[in-house]
Design a protein around this ligand. Structure first.
Ligand SMILES: [Zn+2]
Length: 62
C-alpha cells in the first residue's frame, strides 16, 4: 500500500463498513428505522442514500 493512496483506502474501508452495517440492519429488520430514535426513515431518503441509518432529526450520528 503506497502512502498517496492511504486516504482513499480509508474512505473505501469506511464505505464498506457502512455497507456491512446496512446489510446487518437489513438482516435484523431495522434497516428502515433510525438507529437513535427508532423512527421510520422515508423510502425517498433511502433511495437517495441507501446507507442512511438515521432519520432527519439525527443526521450526524451513525
Ligand atoms: Zn432519529
Amino acid at each position: 500500500m503506497s502512502d498517496y493512496s492511504n486516504e482513499s483506502v480509508i474512505a473505501i474501508e469506511n464505505t464498506l463498513n457502512e455497507v456491512d452495517r446496512a446489510l446487518e440492519r437489513l438482516r435484523v429488520g431495522t434497516y428502515r428505522t433510525c438507529q437513535v430514535c427508532d423512527a421510520p426513515i422515508d423510502d425517498a431518503e433511502l433511495v437517495k442514500n441507501p446507507l442512511l441509518a438515521n432519520c432527519r432529526a439525527h443526521p450526524e450520528l451513525s
